[in-house]
Design a binder for this molecule. Structure first.
Ligand SMILES: [Zn+2]
Length: 337
């Protein structure tokens, strides 16, 4: 059967000091005992916590507090060479997590494993245990807070993700490891999006005004605002007390223009569909395909997403093998005779 479909379009605040390094940073890793030690990434030194859970250098922090993410990302102090991870992302789990001593440690380990399993299962990314050959990788360690370093991949060395029980070890925080991983993939917090004022009203009296500042530098990839993203903060982040009729009332930092329950915003239970779309848009662009206009979900015009625009073109040379690849991606049976 001759397929008329086409070939794919050009395919396609407060400064908080955090003790660094975490306690088990240099512990021997039980899965890689024979590997020589790899130093932590060069930019992981003398760091300051900004935006809740992102560590940056003192110089970067000073720019951030002066002019927010917009100023920082456009400054020379921001690492200009942020490499993109390949689809295979090596990772290592420090001994404080991989060999649990307490029940709490075991829960951190489970949350790391389940976060990795979801990322592997729902995207084209493949998180795999680090081997001796890997010189840039993610390292999960048990620390006294949850954070990662800057945004994006280091040029060389271990990119630390610190997890503590309180923020990354409970059942409600099951996807905190995924949240931190998504920072290492380059994603910023959802409530700082350039269009967030259409969805969120920030109370100017919040306790961390810089954290609540909007940033215009990060790409949205045509993906709509997502209250249920694991990258969104809850209304209680940066909440403050207000004296009212002799009582101290806790007031949310944000009011959501959201039809669902406000307390569902800030969830860390599962990656939202739009979280997955973000990863695919950056790392798996060839996976952005869909069928449009058919009678059911097994037929239609093939469209491919290219540079945030859905489209299709016709061309010769699209054969049965190509079609089967598309069908497999879309979860459909092979092309019929
Ligand atoms: Zn974060």
């Amino acid at each position: 059967m001759r397929l008329i479909i086409a070939i794919i379009i050009c395919m396609i605040v407060n400064v908080i000091s955090v003790e660094i390094p975490p306690a088990d940073y240099f512990d021997e890793n039980i899965e890689n005992e024979s590997c020589p030690e790899v130093e932590r990434a060069e930019d992981e030194k003398d760091l300051v916590l900004i935006d809740g859970d992102i560590l940056v250098s003192k110089e970067q922090a000073a720019i951030y507090y002066e002019s927010g993410w917009d100023g920082l990302v456009n400054s020379e102090a921001w690492s200009p060479t942020k490499a993109r991870w390949s689809k295979r992302i090596p990772y290592q789990v420090g001994a404080g997590i991989s060999a649990p001593v307490t029940v709490g440690d075991g829960r951190i380990k489970a949350n790391v494993e389940n976060s990795i399993a979801e990322l592997n299962g729902r995207t084209c990314l493949s998180f795999e245990a680090k081997t001796c050959k890997d010189t840039a990788f993610i390292k999960f360690v048990k620390g006294d807070a949850c954070y990662t370093i800057e945004l994006g991949k280091p040029n060389h060395g271990a990119r630390t993700i610190s997890l503590a029980y309180s923020c990354g070890g409970t059942a409600k925080r099951a996807r905190t490891p995924a949240h931190e991983v998504m920072h290492t993939l380059g994603r910023a917090h959802e409530q700082t999006r350039s269009d967030r004022d259409d969805y969120v009203t920030i109370d100017a009296r919040n306790t961390c005004s810089t954290q609540m500042a909007k940033n215009n530098n990060f790409r949205l990839y045509g993906i709509g605002y997502d209250f249920l993203s694991v990258m969104h903060y809850s209304q209680w982040q940066c909440a403050f007390y207000y004296a009212y009729q002799g009582q101290q009332l806790l007031v949310p930092s944000m009011i959501f223009k959201y039809k669902g329950k406000a307390d569902d915003v800030g969830q860390r239970l599962i990656l939202s569909d739009k979280d997955i779309q973000h990863i695919k848009a950056v790392h798996c662009p060839s996976m952005m395909m869909r069928l449009v206009g058919g009678r059911d979900n097994s037929e239609g015009r093939l469209e491919v997403n290219n540079e945030e625009v859905w489209g299709t073109v016709c061309s010769d040379g699209f054969d049965r093998n190509d079609a089967n690849v598309v069908c497999k991606y879309l979860g459909r049976p092979d092309v019929e005779e």
